[in-house]
Design a protein around this ligand. Structure first.
Ligand code: MN
Length: 376
Protein backbone atom coordinates (compact mmCIF):
# COMPACT_ATOMS: atom_id res chain seq x y z
CA UNK A 1 0.00 0.00 0.00
CA UNK A 2 2.85 2.34 0.90
CA UNK A 3 4.51 1.61 -2.45
CA UNK A 4 1.25 2.42 -4.17
CA UNK A 5 0.94 5.78 -2.41
CA UNK A 6 4.52 6.80 -3.16
CA UNK A 7 4.11 5.76 -6.80
CA UNK A 8 0.90 7.69 -7.04
CA UNK A 9 2.62 10.76 -5.57
CA UNK A 10 5.42 10.60 -8.11
CA UNK A 11 3.35 9.81 -11.13
CA UNK A 12 0.55 12.28 -10.56
CA UNK A 13 2.26 15.18 -8.81
CA UNK A 14 5.78 15.20 -10.16
CA UNK A 15 5.28 13.87 -13.66
CA UNK A 16 3.75 17.03 -15.20
CA UNK A 17 6.58 19.19 -13.90
CA UNK A 18 9.34 17.26 -15.61
CA UNK A 19 8.21 18.10 -19.12
CA UNK A 20 10.92 19.75 -21.25
CA UNK A 21 13.33 19.52 -18.36
CA UNK A 22 16.14 17.54 -19.98
CA UNK A 23 18.52 17.74 -17.05
CA UNK A 24 16.13 15.73 -14.94
CA UNK A 25 17.03 12.33 -16.30
CA UNK A 26 17.07 10.94 -12.78
CA UNK A 27 13.48 11.94 -12.16
CA UNK A 28 12.42 10.42 -15.48
CA UNK A 29 14.03 7.15 -14.47
CA UNK A 30 12.40 7.25 -11.04
CA UNK A 31 9.04 7.95 -12.61
CA UNK A 32 9.42 4.99 -14.95
CA UNK A 33 10.25 2.73 -12.02
CA UNK A 34 7.39 4.12 -9.98
CA UNK A 35 4.95 3.60 -12.84
CA UNK A 36 5.95 -0.03 -12.93
CA UNK A 37 5.60 -0.32 -9.17
CA UNK A 38 2.18 1.25 -9.44
CA UNK A 39 1.16 -1.31 -12.01
CA UNK A 40 2.50 -4.17 -9.92
CA UNK A 41 0.75 -2.87 -6.81
CA UNK A 42 -2.54 -2.62 -8.64
CA UNK A 43 -2.20 -6.20 -9.89
CA UNK A 44 -1.26 -7.40 -6.39
CA UNK A 45 -4.20 -5.60 -4.81
CA UNK A 46 -6.69 -6.89 -7.36
CA UNK A 47 -5.41 -10.44 -6.88
CA UNK A 48 -5.64 -10.10 -3.12
CA UNK A 49 -9.17 -8.74 -3.20
CA UNK A 50 -10.24 -11.47 -5.62
CA UNK A 51 -9.07 -14.02 -3.09
CA UNK A 52 -10.94 -12.47 -0.21
CA UNK A 53 -13.95 -11.80 -2.40
CA UNK A 54 -17.17 -11.44 -0.52
CA UNK A 55 -20.50 -12.80 -1.61
CA UNK A 56 -22.76 -10.11 -2.99
CA UNK A 57 -26.43 -9.63 -3.75
CA UNK A 58 -26.76 -10.06 -7.54
CA UNK A 59 -28.16 -7.30 -9.71
CA UNK A 60 -31.90 -7.77 -9.69
CA UNK A 61 -34.82 -6.73 -11.87
CA UNK A 62 -36.98 -3.74 -11.00
CA UNK A 63 -39.37 -4.81 -8.26
CA UNK A 64 -42.41 -4.43 -10.53
CA UNK A 65 -40.77 -6.13 -13.55
CA UNK A 66 -42.49 -9.47 -12.99
CA UNK A 67 -45.97 -8.06 -12.40
CA UNK A 68 -48.67 -9.30 -12.41
CA UNK A 69 -47.34 -12.83 -11.71
CA UNK A 70 -45.06 -11.71 -8.90
CA UNK A 71 -46.12 -8.44 -7.29
CA UNK A 72 -43.66 -5.66 -6.51
CA UNK A 73 -44.30 -5.67 -2.74
CA UNK A 74 -43.45 -9.38 -2.50
CA UNK A 75 -40.37 -8.87 -4.65
CA UNK A 76 -39.20 -5.93 -2.55
CA UNK A 77 -39.60 -7.85 0.72
CA UNK A 78 -38.13 -10.99 -0.79
CA UNK A 79 -34.95 -9.33 -1.99
CA UNK A 80 -34.41 -6.85 0.82
CA UNK A 81 -35.57 -8.79 3.86
CA UNK A 82 -34.53 -12.28 2.85
CA UNK A 83 -31.93 -12.58 0.12
CA UNK A 84 -29.95 -9.57 1.34
CA UNK A 85 -29.93 -10.96 4.87
CA UNK A 86 -28.62 -14.35 3.66
CA UNK A 87 -25.73 -12.62 1.88
CA UNK A 88 -24.85 -10.60 5.00
CA UNK A 89 -25.08 -13.66 7.24
CA UNK A 90 -22.95 -15.69 4.85
CA UNK A 91 -20.15 -13.12 4.74
CA UNK A 92 -20.31 -12.69 8.50
CA UNK A 93 -20.20 -16.40 9.25
CA UNK A 94 -17.30 -17.03 6.84
CA UNK A 95 -15.13 -14.18 8.13
CA UNK A 96 -11.85 -15.52 9.44
CA UNK A 97 -12.51 -19.09 8.26
CA UNK A 98 -10.63 -21.06 5.62
CA UNK A 99 -13.74 -20.88 3.42
CA UNK A 100 -13.61 -17.11 2.86
CA UNK A 101 -12.44 -17.45 -0.75
CA UNK A 102 -14.51 -20.50 -1.71
CA UNK A 103 -17.16 -20.27 -4.41
CA UNK A 104 -20.77 -20.70 -3.36
CA UNK A 105 -21.00 -24.03 -5.25
CA UNK A 106 -17.94 -25.43 -3.47
CA UNK A 107 -19.31 -24.28 -0.10
CA UNK A 108 -22.56 -26.15 -0.75
CA UNK A 109 -21.00 -29.34 -2.10
CA UNK A 110 -18.98 -29.62 1.11
CA UNK A 111 -21.66 -28.06 3.31
CA UNK A 112 -21.29 -30.50 6.19
CA UNK A 113 -18.03 -28.75 7.02
CA UNK A 114 -19.84 -25.42 7.51
CA UNK A 115 -21.43 -24.01 10.65
CA UNK A 116 -25.24 -24.18 10.73
CA UNK A 117 -25.46 -20.46 10.12
CA UNK A 118 -23.05 -20.52 7.17
CA UNK A 119 -24.83 -23.51 5.63
CA UNK A 120 -28.29 -21.95 5.86
CA UNK A 121 -27.05 -18.61 4.58
CA UNK A 122 -25.10 -20.20 1.70
CA UNK A 123 -28.19 -22.18 0.71
CA UNK A 124 -30.39 -19.08 0.94
CA UNK A 125 -28.01 -17.06 -1.20
CA UNK A 126 -27.57 -19.76 -3.86
CA UNK A 127 -31.26 -20.66 -4.04
CA UNK A 128 -32.50 -17.10 -4.48
CA UNK A 129 -29.76 -16.21 -6.96
CA UNK A 130 -30.85 -19.15 -9.12
CA UNK A 131 -34.53 -18.24 -8.75
CA UNK A 132 -34.05 -14.60 -9.88
CA UNK A 133 -31.81 -15.85 -12.68
CA UNK A 134 -34.42 -17.96 -14.44
CA UNK A 135 -37.35 -15.52 -14.22
CA UNK A 136 -37.93 -12.95 -16.91
CA UNK A 137 -40.61 -10.37 -17.82
CA UNK A 138 -40.19 -11.54 -21.44
CA UNK A 139 -39.45 -15.23 -21.01
CA UNK A 140 -38.40 -17.52 -23.84
CA UNK A 141 -41.12 -20.16 -23.99
CA UNK A 142 -39.12 -23.03 -25.48
CA UNK A 143 -36.18 -24.99 -24.11
CA UNK A 144 -33.23 -25.93 -26.31
CA UNK A 145 -33.61 -29.06 -28.40
CA UNK A 146 -31.18 -30.85 -26.14
CA UNK A 147 -33.11 -30.04 -22.97
CA UNK A 148 -36.45 -30.62 -24.64
CA UNK A 149 -35.40 -34.15 -25.60
CA UNK A 150 -34.40 -34.86 -22.00
CA UNK A 151 -37.65 -33.42 -20.65
CA UNK A 152 -39.61 -35.69 -22.97
CA UNK A 153 -37.49 -38.68 -21.98
CA UNK A 154 -37.73 -38.05 -18.24
CA UNK A 155 -41.20 -36.56 -17.79
CA UNK A 156 -43.12 -37.27 -21.03
CA UNK A 157 -42.99 -33.61 -21.99
CA UNK A 158 -43.16 -30.08 -20.66
CA UNK A 159 -46.81 -30.09 -19.52
CA UNK A 160 -46.44 -33.33 -17.68
CA UNK A 161 -43.24 -32.06 -16.05
CA UNK A 162 -45.11 -29.02 -14.75
CA UNK A 163 -47.78 -31.27 -13.26
CA UNK A 164 -45.09 -33.31 -11.54
CA UNK A 165 -43.39 -30.16 -10.21
CA UNK A 166 -46.74 -29.06 -8.77
CA UNK A 167 -47.31 -32.45 -7.16
CA UNK A 168 -43.84 -32.47 -5.60
CA UNK A 169 -44.28 -28.89 -4.35
CA UNK A 170 -47.59 -29.81 -2.76
CA UNK A 171 -45.89 -32.43 -0.64
CA UNK A 172 -43.50 -29.91 0.90
CA UNK A 173 -44.92 -29.22 4.33
CA UNK A 174 -43.84 -25.76 5.44
CA UNK A 175 -40.91 -23.90 3.92
CA UNK A 176 -38.75 -25.32 1.17
CA UNK A 177 -37.96 -25.48 -2.52
CA UNK A 178 -38.92 -27.60 -5.52
CA UNK A 179 -36.16 -28.32 -8.04
CA UNK A 180 -35.38 -29.75 -11.43
CA UNK A 181 -31.84 -31.08 -11.23
CA UNK A 182 -29.25 -32.84 -13.35
CA UNK A 183 -28.19 -35.89 -11.35
CA UNK A 184 -24.57 -37.13 -11.29
CA UNK A 185 -25.75 -39.76 -13.81
CA UNK A 186 -26.74 -36.83 -16.08
CA UNK A 187 -30.46 -37.50 -15.82
CA UNK A 188 -33.16 -34.93 -15.11
CA UNK A 189 -35.05 -35.30 -11.86
CA UNK A 190 -37.63 -33.39 -9.84
CA UNK A 191 -36.88 -33.16 -6.15
CA UNK A 192 -37.65 -31.00 -3.11
CA UNK A 193 -35.73 -29.76 -0.09
CA UNK A 194 -36.80 -28.13 3.17
CA UNK A 195 -35.90 -24.66 4.44
CA UNK A 196 -32.91 -23.26 2.50
CA UNK A 197 -31.34 -26.61 1.73
CA UNK A 198 -30.66 -27.58 -1.86
CA UNK A 199 -29.58 -30.62 -3.92
CA UNK A 200 -25.92 -29.62 -3.96
CA UNK A 201 -25.66 -30.13 -0.22
CA UNK A 202 -24.33 -33.34 1.23
CA UNK A 203 -27.08 -34.43 3.50
CA UNK A 204 -28.79 -37.76 4.06
CA UNK A 205 -32.17 -37.79 2.40
CA UNK A 206 -31.42 -35.11 -0.18
CA UNK A 207 -31.33 -36.29 -3.79
CA UNK A 208 -28.15 -34.71 -5.09
CA UNK A 209 -27.60 -32.92 -8.37
CA UNK A 210 -27.03 -29.56 -10.06
CA UNK A 211 -30.21 -27.47 -9.98
CA UNK A 212 -31.26 -25.90 -13.27
CA UNK A 213 -34.67 -24.76 -12.05
CA UNK A 214 -35.80 -23.92 -8.53
CA UNK A 215 -39.03 -22.47 -7.17
CA UNK A 216 -39.20 -20.88 -3.73
CA UNK A 217 -42.03 -22.45 -1.70
CA UNK A 218 -41.70 -20.27 1.39
CA UNK A 219 -44.86 -18.32 2.16
CA UNK A 220 -42.86 -15.08 1.96
CA UNK A 221 -42.58 -15.76 -1.78
CA UNK A 222 -46.30 -15.57 -2.42
CA UNK A 223 -48.40 -14.76 0.63
CA UNK A 224 -48.96 -11.04 -0.12
CA UNK A 225 -50.61 -11.80 -3.45
CA UNK A 226 -51.79 -15.39 -3.28
CA UNK A 227 -52.29 -15.93 0.48
CA UNK A 228 -52.42 -19.69 0.96
CA UNK A 229 -52.81 -20.55 -2.73
CA UNK A 230 -49.45 -22.13 -3.48
CA UNK A 231 -50.70 -23.75 -6.69
CA UNK A 232 -51.79 -20.46 -8.25
CA UNK A 233 -48.43 -18.92 -7.33
CA UNK A 234 -46.48 -21.77 -8.93
CA UNK A 235 -48.57 -21.50 -12.09
CA UNK A 236 -47.72 -17.79 -12.21
CA UNK A 237 -44.02 -18.67 -11.85
CA UNK A 238 -44.33 -21.16 -14.73
CA UNK A 239 -45.37 -18.27 -16.98
CA UNK A 240 -42.25 -16.30 -15.99
CA UNK A 241 -39.71 -19.10 -16.47
CA UNK A 242 -37.25 -18.27 -19.21
CA UNK A 243 -36.46 -21.56 -20.94
CA UNK A 244 -33.54 -20.16 -22.85
CA UNK A 245 -31.81 -19.30 -19.57
CA UNK A 246 -32.74 -22.67 -18.06
CA UNK A 247 -31.42 -24.45 -21.16
CA UNK A 248 -28.13 -22.62 -20.74
CA UNK A 249 -27.98 -23.79 -17.12
CA UNK A 250 -28.67 -27.31 -18.30
CA UNK A 251 -25.76 -27.27 -20.76
CA UNK A 252 -23.42 -25.80 -18.14
CA UNK A 253 -24.53 -28.33 -15.52
CA UNK A 254 -23.98 -31.30 -17.86
CA UNK A 255 -20.32 -30.37 -18.32
CA UNK A 256 -19.65 -28.95 -14.88
CA UNK A 257 -16.84 -29.95 -12.58
CA UNK A 258 -19.33 -29.72 -9.72
CA UNK A 259 -21.41 -32.54 -11.17
CA UNK A 260 -18.37 -34.81 -11.22
CA UNK A 261 -17.64 -33.90 -7.62
CA UNK A 262 -21.21 -34.65 -6.58
CA UNK A 263 -20.80 -38.08 -8.05
CA UNK A 264 -17.61 -38.76 -6.17
CA UNK A 265 -18.81 -37.38 -2.85
CA UNK A 266 -21.98 -39.46 -2.88
CA UNK A 267 -22.94 -40.62 0.57
CA UNK A 268 -22.45 -44.24 1.36
CA UNK A 269 -25.42 -44.46 3.66
CA UNK A 270 -25.06 -48.19 4.39
CA UNK A 271 -21.50 -47.75 5.59
CA UNK A 272 -22.40 -44.71 7.73
CA UNK A 273 -24.97 -46.86 9.55
CA UNK A 274 -22.51 -49.71 10.10
CA UNK A 275 -19.80 -47.29 11.18
CA UNK A 276 -22.05 -45.61 13.78
CA UNK A 277 -22.86 -48.93 15.50
CA UNK A 278 -19.31 -50.23 15.20
CA UNK A 279 -17.85 -47.08 16.75
CA UNK A 280 -20.00 -47.53 19.87
CA UNK A 281 -19.14 -51.20 20.19
CA UNK A 282 -15.39 -50.64 19.89
CA UNK A 283 -15.59 -47.98 22.59
CA UNK A 284 -17.55 -50.23 24.96
CA UNK A 285 -15.34 -53.26 24.39
CA UNK A 286 -12.35 -51.05 25.11
CA UNK A 287 -13.86 -50.40 28.52
CA UNK A 288 -14.45 -54.12 28.99
CA UNK A 289 -18.23 -53.85 28.60
CA UNK A 290 -19.60 -56.90 26.81
CA UNK A 291 -23.36 -56.28 27.07
CA UNK A 292 -23.54 -53.93 24.01
CA UNK A 293 -21.92 -56.46 21.63
CA UNK A 294 -24.06 -59.28 23.00
CA UNK A 295 -27.27 -57.36 22.40
CA UNK A 296 -26.12 -55.89 19.04
CA UNK A 297 -24.36 -58.76 17.27
CA UNK A 298 -27.37 -59.64 15.11
CA UNK A 299 -27.91 -55.98 14.22
CA UNK A 300 -24.24 -55.60 13.29
CA UNK A 301 -24.48 -58.60 10.99
CA UNK A 302 -27.58 -57.19 9.29
CA UNK A 303 -25.79 -53.85 8.75
CA UNK A 304 -22.73 -55.64 7.36
CA UNK A 305 -24.89 -57.58 4.89
CA UNK A 306 -26.50 -54.31 3.77
CA UNK A 307 -23.05 -53.14 2.64
CA UNK A 308 -23.19 -55.81 -0.02
CA UNK A 309 -26.88 -55.71 -0.90
CA UNK A 310 -27.21 -51.91 -1.12
CA UNK A 311 -25.51 -49.98 -3.94
CA UNK A 312 -21.96 -48.88 -3.22
CA UNK A 313 -21.07 -45.42 -4.61
CA UNK A 314 -18.99 -46.04 -7.73
CA UNK A 315 -15.73 -44.56 -6.46
CA UNK A 316 -15.67 -46.83 -3.38
CA UNK A 317 -16.61 -49.98 -5.25
CA UNK A 318 -13.03 -51.18 -5.79
CA UNK A 319 -12.02 -54.85 -5.67
CA UNK A 320 -10.19 -54.54 -2.31
CA UNK A 321 -13.26 -52.87 -0.76
CA UNK A 322 -15.62 -55.52 -2.16
CA UNK A 323 -13.34 -58.25 -0.79
CA UNK A 324 -13.17 -56.48 2.57
CA UNK A 325 -16.98 -56.36 2.73
CA UNK A 326 -17.13 -60.14 2.25
CA UNK A 327 -14.62 -60.66 5.07
CA UNK A 328 -16.48 -58.18 7.23
CA UNK A 329 -19.75 -60.10 6.81
CA UNK A 330 -17.96 -63.34 7.63
CA UNK A 331 -16.38 -61.85 10.77
CA UNK A 332 -19.69 -60.35 11.94
CA UNK A 333 -21.40 -63.72 11.36
CA UNK A 334 -18.82 -65.42 13.54
CA UNK A 335 -19.27 -62.84 16.31
CA UNK A 336 -23.02 -63.34 16.17
CA UNK A 337 -22.54 -67.09 16.19
CA UNK A 338 -20.38 -66.90 19.32
CA UNK A 339 -23.00 -64.70 21.02
CA UNK A 340 -25.92 -66.96 20.02
CA UNK A 341 -24.08 -70.05 21.24
CA UNK A 342 -23.37 -68.27 24.51
CA UNK A 343 -19.61 -68.36 24.05
CA UNK A 344 -17.31 -66.95 26.73
CA UNK A 345 -16.38 -63.26 26.73
CA UNK A 346 -12.89 -64.22 25.60
CA UNK A 347 -14.29 -66.15 22.60
CA UNK A 348 -16.53 -63.28 21.58
CA UNK A 349 -13.64 -60.83 21.91
CA UNK A 350 -11.44 -63.05 19.77
CA UNK A 351 -14.05 -63.16 17.01
CA UNK A 352 -14.74 -59.43 17.30
CA UNK A 353 -11.03 -58.75 16.71
CA UNK A 354 -11.32 -60.32 13.24
CA UNK A 355 -13.69 -57.54 12.18
CA UNK A 356 -10.92 -55.00 12.57
CA UNK A 357 -8.84 -55.74 9.44
CA UNK A 358 -11.58 -55.66 6.76
CA UNK A 359 -13.14 -52.69 8.54
CA UNK A 360 -9.83 -50.81 8.33
CA UNK A 361 -9.57 -51.46 4.58
CA UNK A 362 -12.96 -49.81 4.00
CA UNK A 363 -12.27 -46.87 6.30
CA UNK A 364 -8.92 -46.29 4.55
CA UNK A 365 -10.62 -46.11 1.15
CA UNK A 366 -13.01 -43.48 2.51
CA UNK A 367 -10.32 -41.35 4.09
CA UNK A 368 -8.35 -41.37 0.83
CA UNK A 369 -11.39 -39.74 -0.75
CA UNK A 370 -11.60 -37.18 2.06
CA UNK A 371 -7.98 -36.19 1.42
CA UNK A 372 -8.74 -35.57 -2.22
CA UNK A 373 -11.61 -33.32 -1.28
CA UNK A 374 -9.60 -31.15 1.02
CA UNK A 375 -7.21 -30.41 -1.83
CA UNK A 376 -9.83 -29.47 -4.35
MN1 MN B 1 -37.34 -16.85 -0.43
Amino acid sequence: MLILLISFFFVVLIAPKKESDQSNLLITTIITIMKRLLLFSLIAISLFSAQAQKHTLPKHLEYQALEPGLDSLSMYIHINSYHKKYVELLNKSLTGTADTGATITQLLIHSSKLSDMARNAAGGHYNHTLFWDILSPTPAAKPSELLNTEITKSFMGMDSMKVQILQAANKVFGSGWVWVIVTPEKKLKITTTINEENPLMEKHGNVRGMPILGIDLWEHAYYTKYQGNKKEYIQAVFKLLDWELISRKYSVAMESEALKQLNSSADWAAFSKFHDVMKGLVMNMGKGEMTPIKSNSANLLTLAKALESEPIPAEYATEPVKAAIKNLILACAQVNDAVVKKGTDAQIKEKFATIRDPYKVIVASLSKKEDQFSHQ
